[in-house]
Design a protein around this ligand. Structure first.
Ligand SMILES: NC(=O)c1ccc[n+]([C@@H]2O[C@H](COP(=O)([O-])OP(=O)(O)OC[C@H]3O[C@@H](n4cnc5c(N)ncnc54)[C@H](OP(=O)(O)O)[C@@H]3O)[C@@H](O)[C@H]2O)c1
Length: 206
């Protein structure tokens, strides 16, 4: 059997810690980081995430098979453009103009935030997913495979193999993955769409 992917989460706030908890429950190795450095995560790890390890960003990226971006979107450029080359990257971020202000690169007509990030993070294998589920629901709505009514999580990306690996991860978190197509299809589950923060089964979501 194939080994489970090593998960690295950039961002240890609401979403990052929820994804970390569910990943640990599913038997994944988890590394996590924040803006204030590994030392600042000591209490979070011992109380909320026993078993996870804190690392700085370069070490976390090097150690991970799947890197999850769970930081405010306006922080993306603190990561170097070539820092994620070759990595499977889950873009779980959303653009919130009311709190983040106007960010011109995310206001380009016809270009989704994930498409922009795919161009910025050269050579990364970006998959947009997890962004449309509230952090607390990752635990509350998680169910074993084949449970009637199991919630679906959408994903979109241009790298088919990367999507396959991410689908395994989503399933292990307790959700039915639904591939909606190329990265441009991320527009279907960004904020202000019917899929955002809504609970659907895989059939309903499709
Ligand atoms: N909250 C949700 O339910 C939810 C659901 C789906 C998607 N999302 C998306 O996930 C992202 C994070 O949301 P959140 O609610 O988890 O935010 P949050 O609770 O404010 O947490 C943000 C985390 O990102 C870290 N961070 C900020 N800038 C960073 C940087 N440059 N490098 C490394 N770490 C950095 C912060 O570190 P410090 O703690 O050191 O400041 C903090 O741990 C957003 O894009 C949001 O749209 C959120």
């Amino acid at each position: 059997m194939k080994n489970k992917a090593k998960i690295g989460i950039i961002g240890a706030g609401r979403l990052g810690t929820a994804v970390a908890r569910q990943s640990l429950k599913a038997g994944y190795e988890v590394a996590i980081t924040n803006a204030h450095g590994p030392e600042s995560l000591r209490l979070t790890l011992s109380v909320l995430l026993p078993g996870a390890v804190a690392m700085d960003v370069p070490d976390l990226i090097a150690a991970s098979d799947i890197v999850i971006l769970a930081i405010p979107l306006n922080q993306y450029s603190t990561l170097a453009p070539d820092s994620l080359a070759g990595k499977i990257v889950i873009d779980a971020m959303n653009y919130w103009p009311p709190t983040e202000g106007d960010i011109p690169e995310f206001m380009i007509e016809g270009v989704t935030t994930s498409e922009y990030l795919q161009q910025y993070f050269k050579g990364s294998r970006l998959v947009k997913t997890l962004n449309h589920v509230a952090y607390n629901e990752l635990e509350e709505h998680s169910l074993p495979p084949n449970t009637p009514g199991r919630r679906a999580i959408a994903l979109a990306g241009d790298d088919e193999d990367a999507k396959k690996e991410v689908e395994v991860f989503i399933n292990d978190l307790g959700f039915d993955p639904v591939d909606l197509g190329s990265l441009s299809q991320g527009k279907k589950f960004q904020p202000d769409t019917p899929l955002f923060n809504a609970r659907y089964t895989a059939d309903d979501l499709r």
